[in-house]
Design a protein around this ligand. Sequence first.
Ligand code: SAJ
Length: 426
Amino acid sequence: MSICVHGLGYIGLATASLFANAGTDVTGFDVDEGVIDRLNEGDPNVSEPELESYIQDALESNLTPSHRPQPADVHIICVPTPYDELNDGADLTYVKDAGRTVANVLRSGDTVVLESTVPPGTTTGILAPILSQGDLEIGEDVHLGYTPETVMPGNTLTELRTNDRIVGGVDEDSVSAIKSLYEPLTSGEIHVAADPTTAEFVKLAQNAERNVSIAYANTLALLAENYGIDVRSAISLANNHPRVDILSPGPGVGGHCLPVDPHFLSDGSGATELLDIASQVNSRMPEHVVRMLEDAIDSLEDKTVAVLGITYKGNVSDTRNSPGLEIAKLLGTVTVDTRPAMDGGWDEGSVTIHDPRATDSRLQLVPLDVAVDGADAVIFGAAHDEFAALDPEDIRSKMAGRTVVDPVDVIDTAQWTEQGFDVRTL
Ligand code: SAJ
């Protein structure tokens, strides 16, 4: 059997490596020539060490990066589906392009699998017609189905090998073909959905549920603050109930999944009201964090703040839709591209940002010592292990002020308070 994986982002690359390391010949294709060149030089450019060496193993065995898509028994599409702000939905350009690319090399008997996160109906309504533009009939000549990836960034390899999978095919033969493809590679169960549209819906339902649950935790945090209650201990107590499992509040919801995917469920009917409110609650959290700082420092004028952690969550390198970055912007610093600072009443340059894991070269990051040197306050934007290990005495000796805002619950509040810090938490 041969496989061609279309789209070599970290999911496509991890998936291609999974098959290659199991002994299958895999061609990895990406429209970005730089990605292929880097891979041919043996550089996967991923930030999870275990995953990186797993990909290296694949590159040294059965994974061949290629500038051109190759005919193969199985085509797996793992291309991005960015948020199309104008139409409040998914930008399916890459999926359509990948479909055309596959159609050019498609043969009778082949299987096509879509893994990208897409609005319900994409596989049958958009991909199938593109694939059947030649003589081939979908279902009859070509197997087609949808199976979403569900890995948690930061734990990609383990989850790729152990998570359950949902498979939806255009017919029974397609389901069997796709099931038998993934079954040997995951210790999780394979669940069959009624059709690809159901499988697409399920993926979105999972991420939308998490987004709503986080919004609920954030709502509790706002209420608890008004009642003078420590929300995390309240949530921990509430979770002793056998049917309650409240998530953690935080400075907002970032990444390329939770803030985006609920919009893909939008069908124009207005039924997404709850999802929309949840997104609003979460997107207002960075402003709340800035307010927490304002409460702690009498006046923001002439103060310098160090934002530590601008990836979208702890221990990852991805900065997309990052709450920490949003906080830095609200405080009035231009941190990425030439996007203007939002008006937070602060002078440009009054905010420094440091992140030991972020890899986006467009960001104006500074080393920790520089960030905290003379700072009046520190805000933690992501719960990296490096921050949990900070020595408060050392930080105190460098800062001018004693204010710390920790909405991500990364530091030991008692320890920092003992060192004279005024620690504000969610
Ligand atoms: N967050 C909170 N409170 C929490 C949990 C998370 O504020 O209790 C925040 C994080 O700090 C981060 C954001 O939410 O800013 C998203 O982080 P996450 O860890 O919840 O999820 P992602 O985006 O890294 O990965 C999600 C996962 N989906 C679900 O758990 C349902 C993952 O399994 C998916 O594969 C991934 O989306 C995806 O690619 O769709």
